[in-house]
Write a protein that binds this ligand. Sequence first.
Ligand code: ZN
Length: 206
Amino acid sequence: MSILKIIEYGNPVLREPCKEVSKISKKIKTLAMDLLDTMYKANGVGLAAPQVGVNLRMFVIDVSDPKGPINPTIFINPKIIKKTGAINSYEGCLSFPQAYTNVRRYSNVTIKALDIHGRPFVMEAKNGELLARAIQHEYDHLDGKLFIDHCRNRFEANQVLQKYNLPPVEEDRLIDEEFLEDEIVKYELEHPEVVEQQRKEQETDE
Ligand code: ZN
């Protein structure tokens, strides 16, 4: 078990699409354990292989209460097979120390993957819960995409990135999500109390 060095935004490694895992070897099992150790050490809820410089389609997630027992899940060669609904997600990333911004996400996702024994499993995450957002966030890493590519406001995102001495958003990487944005705005207009709650939570973070 080892703590690995987490690659930071600006390093081109984070933009490279990853390759499928061809065999769940001892090396892959060790990598899974190292990813978990590294994620826990950094107080993260997810970590993908490219974030430690390994170009393979694999990530780990644990969204359980940090005060309770651990509940890790390892995803190998994952595929999101269904995504519906839209939600605002205030996100950060271990490759972007301390920088958080509002991004667009689907609220419900279904993912299939292989576990550490090579057995297939399917996982469903709903209602914009942390698990649903973490799955989309980590899955993106495998395709060289980053959370800021989904930012709802590039000016707000750039302000935050600058504050933490990180490079600005890459304009040509911004993902066109007009449909998601429309859905989120519609939801926010109908639920002003949710927007107010989110605003308060973000203030306490700053
Ligand atoms: Zn990340």
